[in-house]
Design a protein around this ligand. Structure first.
Ligand SMILES: Cc1ncc(COP(=O)(O)O)c(C=O)c1O
Length: 383
């Protein structure tokens, strides 16, 4: 494989050779035995990853935004009202999708870098009736992780009829999400973040209740995104609705096998441990976290610069030193950088990244205690 820069943006995350090799397998017929095995295998693995026995997964060519549309359009009746619980950029995208499809909706918005509290959600549900409630598990712009399990408890108490949708694009496979036990109705996600697969797949897992709601709706505002057109294919990959992206599916199947080989509990704990080590390492170099300490995500860090460092210059030099991080989005542009640490990242890659960060800081004439960042992450990641 060609050498490339270490991609530490909040998705796509680095893709390991085993998954890239699966992607490079021959392009087979979408109704071949290979595809039957690999699509069915990926669907089964997805059920394990979100802890469901009765949920129905869908894997459809597209990106996370398509997964958002699929979730909303298939469970929303003409008369329904959707509550978007938003902690930033991707919650706002949910509201934009509602607007685009003329879905009635309200938005419960937190300050950027924070999350809506379960009490705030409860108060809103006491005031207004909603048939669908949507939240973002981790907002990739702010690095804030929502208390999804607590939201589910509030919804079950206050609005037991409402369907609960979780945007897990920056969480599923890296942070625990339990469809059955927590009573989530749709988890939507994508291949390119915590699964460590290449971008190109929209993924939705519908609960039994959500499937029943779709079946009751006479019509939905979707054609390609209508899950009832895809259901026969998911039940039997020998059927055709629209040509699946076979190579992406081969790669995604391999990526889900890797997730399960590591073990879910171990994987979630590793994401936590890496996140905490990376933040400690950056703090030791004078950086600080943008996100409120009470809701830091395990999958990415949004990092404020110390005095004297310019965003564009820092990221450009860091990229020259072999590591790519992302800039801020929306109101944080120029003030922060975003460090993705999800998927199949290794201890060695993190140490390499800190080495590159220190090299970058030296070249920018920034004063710091040389070796502190590398030593901090090295010692915290020794286990
Ligand atoms: C939380 C969240 N939701 C939705 C999306 C949209 O996904 P995509 O860019 O694959 O369309 C993203 C992308 O970063 C995301 O982070």
């Amino acid at each position: 494989m060609k050498e490339s820069k270490l991609l530490l943006i909040p998705g796509p995350s680095p893709v390991v050779d085993r998954v890239l090799e699966a992607l490079a397998q021959p392009t087979v017929s979408h109704i071949s035995p290979e595809m039957e095995k690999e699509l069915s295998g990926a669907l089964e693995n997805l059920k394990k990853i979100v802890f469901t026995s009765s949920g129905q997964p869908f894997i459809i060519a597209g990106a996370g935004t398509l997964a958002m549309e699929i979730a909303l359009l298939n469970i929303t009746a003409e008369s329904d009202r959707v509550l978007v619980v938003s902690q930033g950029y991707f919650g706002n995208r949910m509201a934009e999708i509602c607007e685009a499809f003329e879905i009635k909706h309200g938005v419960l918005q937190s300050q950027w870098g924070k999350v809506v509290t379960p009490d705030e959600l409860k108060a809103e549900l006491k005031k207004h009736k909603y048939e669908v409630i949507v939240c973002t598990h981790v907002d990739t712009a702010t690095g804030a992780c929502a208390p999804v399990r607590e939201y589910a408890e509030v919804i079950h108490q206050q609005a037991p009829e409402a369907l609960f949708v979780v945007d897990g694009v920056c969480a599923t496979g890296g942070i625990e999400e339990r469809l059955d036990d927590w009573g989530i109705d749709v988890i939507l996600t994508a291949a390119q973040k915590c699964f460590g697969a290449p971008p190109g797949l929209a993924i939705d897992i519908f609960s039994k209740r959500a499937m029943e709601k779709r079946k009751k709706l006479a019509r939905v505002k979707a054609y390609y995104a209508d899950i009832l057109r895809w259901l026969p294919v998911m039940e039997n990959p020998n059927r055709y609705f629209s040509t699946p992206s076979v190579n992406e599916i081969r790669a995604f199947y391999e990526a889900t096998r890797l997730v399960l080989e590591e073990g879910l509990e171990k994987r979630f704990e590793r994401h936590e441990r890496f996140a905490s080590a990376i933040r400690s390492g950056l703090r030791s170099l004078g950086f600080s976290t943008y996100t409120d300490e009470t809701c830091l995500a395990a999958t990415l860090s949004v990092i404020r610069y110390p005095e004297g460092l310019d965003d564009q210059t820092f990221r450009k030099k860091l990229s020259d030193n072999g590591v790519v991080v992302a800039g801020g989005l929306g109101p944080t542009t120029g003030q922060v950088f975003r460090f993705g640490h999800m998927g199949n990242l290794t201890r060695e890659q993190i140490i390499f990244a800190f080495d590159a960060i220190e090299k970058t800081l030296i070249s920018l004439g920034y004063e710091f205690s040389l070796g502190d960042g590398v030593e901090t992450v090295r010692s915290l990641l020794i286990r």
